[in-house]
Design a protein around this ligand. Sequence first.
Ligand code: NAD
Length: 364
Amino acid sequence: MAEKLRIGIIGCGGIAHAHARSYLNFDDVEIVAGADIIPGKARKFLDEFGLSGATAYESHEELCKRDDIDAVSVCTYNSTHAVCTIAALESGKHVLLEKPMTVTLDEAVAIMRAEKKSGKIVTIGFQPRYDVNARMVKDIVSSGKLGKVYYIQTGGGRRRGIPGGTFIERDKAGVGALADIGCYALDFALNTIGYPKPLTVSAMAYDYFGKNPKYYPDAGRFSVDDFSAAFIRLEGDITLDFRMSWAMHMDTTGDFIFLGTDAGLKVRQPNYHLWGGAWDGPIGAITLMHDDESGKPTQTDIPLIQEEKANLFERKVRAFVDAIKTGGPAPIPTSQIIYNQAIIDGIIRSSASREEVKIEIPAI
Ligand SMILES: NC(=O)c1ccc[n+]([C@@H]2O[C@H](COP(=O)([O-])OP(=O)(O)OC[C@H]3O[C@@H](n4cnc5c(N)ncnc54)[C@H](O)[C@@H]3O)[C@@H](O)[C@H]2O)c1
């Protein structure tokens, strides 16, 4: 490996900018290439960052042919996550893959098989994992204070927050709110309790707002979900009660709650206004619901850890770079996120069939 880690960015749209900004803050990394299928887009993107020495490509295949690139960020829309990640792995590159991991479970399995064969790492881009208060929630649950956790409700959701661009087209995004912001809620829930295996899903997904020009001017282009609810059985007799919305006539679908045999934990978003409450940002309040020494139900507000200038995005990119440099494991491994993806896949299947579906993950 050259002294500086050599990076390529595949997909030079919105989120690629946050990747580039993060890499550029590190002295031990250089961005040497960018690729986008829209002609001229990669060149414009690289020039925006003053990277005139970096090469622009108009396909991920061309970028992957380069054997002097150590790692890539895959920042394409969801439907091309798998093809770009697999091409990068097959050409010997580590991958930081944006969330959600894929659209389908089959694609996620294909990525894991390619990862295993390549000996390289794939990490998935869930930056809220690097929030100190999200980590505190995991620490509280791991400490055993709640006893056995048997039920989790994912609350939040946006009141009016349907994005635009490629997010609303089925051929590009594959899935709507359910995967776009639902994957964050799933990751928060599952990571906090150690990523137990999902077993069954019963779900419904809707598109009443996205398809209605009264609520969404670009309704003609809208072909994904904007609200979904699911009942998910996890290994260990745990229930995961999932709700996620880009739009609804409500400020929130509730708080994020963990019910345990000894105590409960309520986690709130900082605000519930229109775009707020999507579990892709910081935490607003944490409350422990428990009994006092005399057995009387009481509650304790857990003080939030205040951090100055917490750049979660930069932390996720740095964690990827450090894992490559130290030969360490992927910070947010596919072996966990495959369960997140299997649930999303199960929600899509259950909603289409109007029946409960089993989750079966093929051997990798
Ligand atoms: N972590 C976060 O905070 C965060 C925020 C926004 C988006 N995202 C994720 O990032 C991804 C991209 O989102 P975006 O807002 O940047 O979308 P975007 O549409 O702005 O950009 C995607 C780009 O990928 C390009 N592309 C598609 N297939 C390609 C291929 N095979 N080779 C090269 N280029 C290709 C497109 O032409 C487009 O320019 C999505 O998966 C989204 O969920 C993550």
